[in-house]
Design a protein around this ligand. Structure first.
Ligand SMILES: Cc1cc2nc3c(=O)[nH]c(=O)nc-3n(C[C@H](O)[C@H](O)[C@H](O)COP(=O)(O)OP(=O)(O)OC[C@H]3O[C@@H](n4cnc5c(N)ncnc54)[C@H](O)[C@@H]3O)c2cc1C
Length: 284
């Protein structure tokens, strides 16, 4: 096996594009497990571990935050400068697996795998993130709404690598809730719900609801969001939003749960997450 250790992401992208049999490796939490079980057998590995600064989390004066692709889940979970909507990313990172995996896996690796039941994709959809990606022909930005294109697939072209996750400042006074249902603590989710909410004068003025584990990609529930914006978030409002979210879902059977189970559990989790978010706005 050939192992490259490039010092820039541009060099990594060139190496990746030049070799059909190459894979880049970040934390190795998923890739090494796949190699051990023979699912993939790359001839060449391109390590991202030698690229200076790729693991940094930086904030700008306009309150936007940039998370480098090789930032570990534990670093993101411990970051204390997220504000408002951004805090959902730290909440989700803290619910990934358990400490050994959180100290190994990276945000870029998690996004590239694009498992719809994993924690970052759902949280980043609610946060309205974008991804800075680098390929052999240059760099571009992909909005989170366009990034997850199908089950385990993304908008990344051949040879493209994620450089960073860009978090907008988000609306003033936003609160964030990330609710994850799993078989046992530390397992990948059966389903998860991410909510970013603002209340103004007793009515919901901003809302993003994202769901993971209930379709081939994480998805938003725009009809539920529209229904609730302008409302007082009464019990009836939350019931309607929960039903609309289930209608937007397309869950499947897998080792963790049946599609039917997911359809039955999702409304309660949506109501709970929305109710908790509303409570947080009152505590602000
Ligand atoms: C036991 C276990 C439990 C887990 N539980 C959870 C959980 O509860 N929640 C959760 O969300 N996740 C969970 N995961 C997944 C974990 O978060 C992984 O860390 C993550 O999926 C992959 O990150 P990595 O850095 O280890 O990527 P790697 O394993 O190094 O790479 C995975 C893939 O991503 C590609 N890749 C890596 N970095 C980039 C980049 N910058 N740009 C483009 N492609 C890239 C690689 O080429 C490879 O194809 C679990 C994993 C394990 C092994």
């Amino acid at each position: 096996m050939i192992i490259h250790k490039p010092t820039t992401l541009e060099e990594a992208a060139r190496l990746l594009a030049a070799d059909d049999d190459a894979q880049c490796i970040a934390g190795g939490a998923t890739l090494v497990a796949m190699m051990n079980s023979g699912v993939v057998e790359p001839r060449t590995l391109i390590s991202l571990g030698g690229i200076d600064g790729l693991n940094a989390i930086t904030g700008a004066t306009d309150r936007t935050v940039t998370i480098g692709a090789t930032a570990k889940h534990s670093t993101v979970a411990a970051h204390d400068a997220f504000t408002g909507a951004q805090s959902i990313v730290g909440l989700a990172a803290g619910k990934i697996a358990h400490p050994p995996i959180r100290n190994m896996g990276t945000i870029g690796g998690s996004l590239a795998v694009a498992d719809p039941a994993t924690d970052y994709p759902t949280a980043l959809l609610a946060a309205g993130a974008a991804f800075d990606v680098v390929g052999p022909d240059g760099s571009r930005t992909i909005a989170v709404d366009d990034f997850f294109t199908g089950f385990l697939s993304t908008a990344l072209a051949t040879g493209e690598l994620i450089r960073s996750v860009e978090l907008p400042a988000g609306p003033e006074n936003a609160v964030a809730v990330y609710d994850k249902i799993s078989k046992i603590d530390g397992d990948i989710a059966i389903l998860s719900v991410a909510v970013v909410m603002v209340m103004a004068d007793g009515r919901c003025s901003y809302l993003r609801i994202a769901v993971g584990g209930c379709g081939p990609t994480p998805f938003r529930s725009p009809q539920a969001e529209e229904e609730l914006i302008g409302s007082e978030l009464s019990g009836t409002d939350l019931d309607i939003a929960a039903d609309l979210t289930v209608a937007a879902s397309d869950p499947m059977n897998d080792v963790r749960a049946t599609a039917d189970y997911r359809r039955r559990v999702l409304p309660g989790v949506v109501r709970r997450a929305l109710g908790f978010a509303r409570q947080l706005t009152e505590d602000e």
